[in-house]
Design a protein around this ligand. Structure first.
Ligand SMILES: Nc1ncnc2c1ncn2[C@@H]1O[C@H](COP(=O)(O)OP(=O)(O)OP(=O)(O)O)[C@@H](O)[C@H]1O
Ligand SMILES: [Mg+2]
Length: 282
């Protein structure tokens, strides 16, 4: 006669509490800006009550006329502008109160990409990448001074941006598009939580602009590192950003998904006269 062996009762799994973000189906924001205002020392208010959350994996384009506050927002997001805000956090660190070491920690977690690349011209592409995360590039000489693991990581990043064969070449002998790719690899060397790209393609021809923005989008979508990018050409925002915020005299005027950048939206951001230039670039 067979007898069924009673199975040992399993303990019920402990209930796992879902986070609010999971309930909403979204990851928590890396950058949280609530009612951020910036008034410079001369009394000029360059940003007024800007509210914007930036989540992992997304590309957010900042649009707007020259002087509308795009770079000011980037500065505010790294504690480089005088801010008043209900909340301004990067990776959970409050920038409205941070100073000294805390501020340096935030900055080391934010990768910057600038219009003019800001590489050290006489150093090789590889050494420029290695300087990512270091605060004093002036003290550096050659890649040989860095630990092997770091050199290997920097080489892998150069390979990722398509420049493995240019590792030893001086930065100032690279083309503009190549220099911007080195700058992106340098930003990635920091293992950033967030990338701020202030007009990263304004000095590049349209084909190179597309390839640099496509690389930034790939980094956001594949690595989850969110990218905030200021752009002057709407078509590029439409093609490479997930969503956009348009600023006018420091205030957010229009925002939405890239598909919302209709001709009407573009006219309301730039005005009918500016439509053609902003639409197509030059
Ligand atoms: N340090 C400062 N002191 C005073 N005013 C400033 C300072 N920096 C910027 N501004 C002013 O703040 C406003 C916003 O400047 P910001 O550089 O943020 O504009 P932007 O949108 O990045 O413009 P652009 O498209 O030309 O780069 C401008 O009127 C500018 O003159
Ligand atoms: Mg600017």
């Amino acid at each position: 006669m067979s007898r069924r062996v009673p199975s040992t009762p399993r303990p019920a799994p402990a209930p796992r509490l879902r986070t609010a973000a999971e309930d909403l189906g979204v990851a928590p924001a890396v950058l949280v800006a609530k009612n951020v205002s910036v008034t410079y020392e001369d009394g000029h208010t360059a940003l007024k009550d800007l509210t914007l959350d930036v989540r992992p994996g997304e590309v957010v384009a900042l649009l707007g006329h020259s002087g509308s506050g795009k770079s000011t927002f980037m500065k505010a997001a790294t504690g480089l502008a005088p801010v008043s805000a209900t909340q301004l956090t990067v990776g959970g660190i409050d920038l409205t109160t941070a100073s000294g070491r805390t501020l340096r920690t935030v900055r080391s977690r934010v990768g910057y990409v600038f219009q003019h690349f800001n590489l050290v011209p006489q150093l090789s592409a590889l050494t420029n990448v290695l300087t990512g995360g270091l605060h004093d590039a002036g003290a550096l000489g050659t890649a040989g001074l860095f630990p092997r693991a770091q050199r290997e990581r920097a080489l892998a990043l150069l390979e990722r941006v398509g420049l493995a064969d240019k590792a030893k070449q001086r930065a100032d002998s690279l083309s503009g598009g190549q220099q911007q790719r080195v700058a992106i690899a340098r930003a990635l060397m920091q293992r950033p939580q967030l990338i701020l790209a202030d007009e990263p393609v304004a000095s590049l021809d349209p084909r190179l602009a597309g390839s640099v923005l496509s690389l930034l989008r790939q980094i956001a979508h594949e690595d989850g590192i969110p990218v905030v990018v200021s752009l002057h050409v709407v078509e590029l925002a439409r093609r490479y950003a997930d969503r956009f915020v348009a600023l006018d005299a420091g205030r957010a005027t229009v925002r939405g998904g890239a598909d919302d950048l209709t001709d009407d939206a573009v006219s309301s951001i730039y005005g009918p006269d500016m439509y053609s230039e902003a639409h197509h670039g030059n």
